[in-house]
Design a protein around this ligand. Structure first.
Ligand code: ZN
Length: 421
């Protein structure tokens, strides 16, 4: 069922509170726009469903169920209340739609969307319109290129339904046989025959009796899916960006680190520069080094405390590769690194994630709790977390058979094959 406006607004409010609200119901700042939350993950959003869009989709579904027929009380009520016809084809073709309740209005507003998606599955062929309606999962005949003359001829001969275009001879064959074009079009040229023949021969129809059936969707086998329709209604993003988000969500970090990486990717973590943009004045000094101005890039990348963490990372993994130019690229492009064994690659990408996470935690601990740890201890925390996470993943025995150099890396992480049981 689709929801009235009031419920939609309430849902949006609940989402917002859930994401940005702190304990004791105090309000926190929204870190990202509503649009970015409801976009799909691979398009840089958080993949929440926007109730408004979802509502549209649900109304579409309701109309779809209504057209399909079948005994439901709400359908009877609609039919009576809005003086609507009863059969699927009559509802589908009804032009005069009165206004009514919220749900009703939303449902009839979605008629075009419905029209794009449905087609007739041909049985007896007496219901589906040959030219103006889609059938056999194909586009409408009238929309096929160069079909105008044939369309006019068909109308003049009063041939309307799909059945009108097939011949009743050869009743024992498995497939329907189409009438030759010159049987109903005068002066049909060879060109006409080719154009029409090519299209019509690609539409095969099994010989079956009964009423034609309405189906939904060009891709899914005639069944309505909310997911497919919802995706179609959200806005696209640029291609290279899409890769970035896919990588962030694909990397096996802790969920809260992924969420943090996503905020970093959107340049939305609340460093002093962003707080001041919201009208707050005060110190903007980085509390890790007490010298630089704090912004996202400084805190996680440029700051000398951050630099120390990255240097230790490179040393641990014997990497000579410098960090990418900014923190977002470090998170995204460093990825699994260039290692022969998967397990070392995983340790590398985990270290990247834990580095930014622990820098952020240390910064918050200094600002909000007045407690500071030595940068060496921040690094030790990262090592500890990487080690525990690798152990928790239960790597198969053969994955531990690394080159000597890479075994050395695992040893430095206090990891070796003897640790799996
Ligand atoms: Zn700093």
């Amino acid at each position: 069922m689709s929801a009235p406006k009031g419920i939609c607004n309430k849902l949006v409010e609940i989402y917002r509170k859930f994401l940005w609200g702190g304990p004791k119901q105090q309000k926190k700042w929204a870190l990202c726009s509503w649009d970015s939350l409801t976009r799909p993950k691979e398009k840089g959003g958080l993949g929440l469903r926007d109730p408004w869009t979802l509502n549209q989709v649900l109304a579409t579904k309701l109309r779809w169920r209504w057209i399909q027929g079948g005994p439901d009380l709400w359908k009877e009520i609609w039919t009576t209340k809005y003086h609507m016809p009863l059969t699927p084809e009559e509802i589908l073709r009804e032009q005069e739609m009165p206004r009514g309740s919220d749900i009703w209005n939303l449902t009839i507003q979605n008629r075009e969307l419905i029209d794009k998606h449905i087609f007739w599955e041909i049985r007896g062929g007496q219901i589906a319109k040959f030219w103006d309606e889609a059938w056999q999962q194909r586009e409408k005949m009238i929309n096929v290129q160069d079909m105008q003359e044939m369309y006019r001829a068909g109308m003049e001969s009063n041939l309307m339904t799909v059945k009108d275009y097939w011949t009743e001879e050869q009743v024992n064959e498995e497939w329907r046989r189409w009438k030759p074009l010159d049987e109903w079009k005068r002066n049909a040229t060879e060109d006409h025959k080719t154009i029409f023949g090519k299209e019509i021969d690609s539409r095969k129809i099994k010989r079956r009796e009964g009423k034609d059936i309405l189906r939904w969707g060009k891709e899914t086998k005639g069944i309505f899916t909310i997911k497919e329709d919802y995706k179609a209604q959200t806005q696209p993003d640029q291609g290279e960006e899409e890769q970035k988000w896919k990588k962030i969500w694909k990397t096996k970090w802790w969920p809260k680190i992924k969420m943090f990486a996503w905020l970093v990717g959107r340049k939305r973590i609340l460093t002093w520069d962003r707080i001041q943009k919201r009208g707050f004045s005060g110190p903007s000094r980085c509390c890790l080094c007490n010298s630089g101005e704090e912004d996202q890039e400084h805190l996680l990348n440029g700051c000398k405390v951050a630099q120390l963490q990255w240097e230790k990372t490179r040393n641990l993994f014997s990497s000579t590769e410098r960090n990418p130019q900014d923190i977002v690229h470090t998170l995204v492009d460093w990825g699994e690194g260039k290692f022969q064994s998967k397990i070392v690659g995983r340790a590398w990408s985990m270290t990247t994630g834990f580095n930014v996470w622990n820098l952020w935690k240390e910064r918050n601990s200094r600002i909000f709790k007045g407690k500071s740890s030595d940068p060496e201890d921040v690094w030790k925390m990262t090592l500890h977390q990487v080690r525990e996470s690798i152990l928790a993943e239960n790597w198969a025995e053969e994955e531990w058979n690394t080159s000597e150099a890479e075994a050395e890396i695992l040893k430095k992480l206090n990891l070796d094959q003897g640790m799996i049981y």
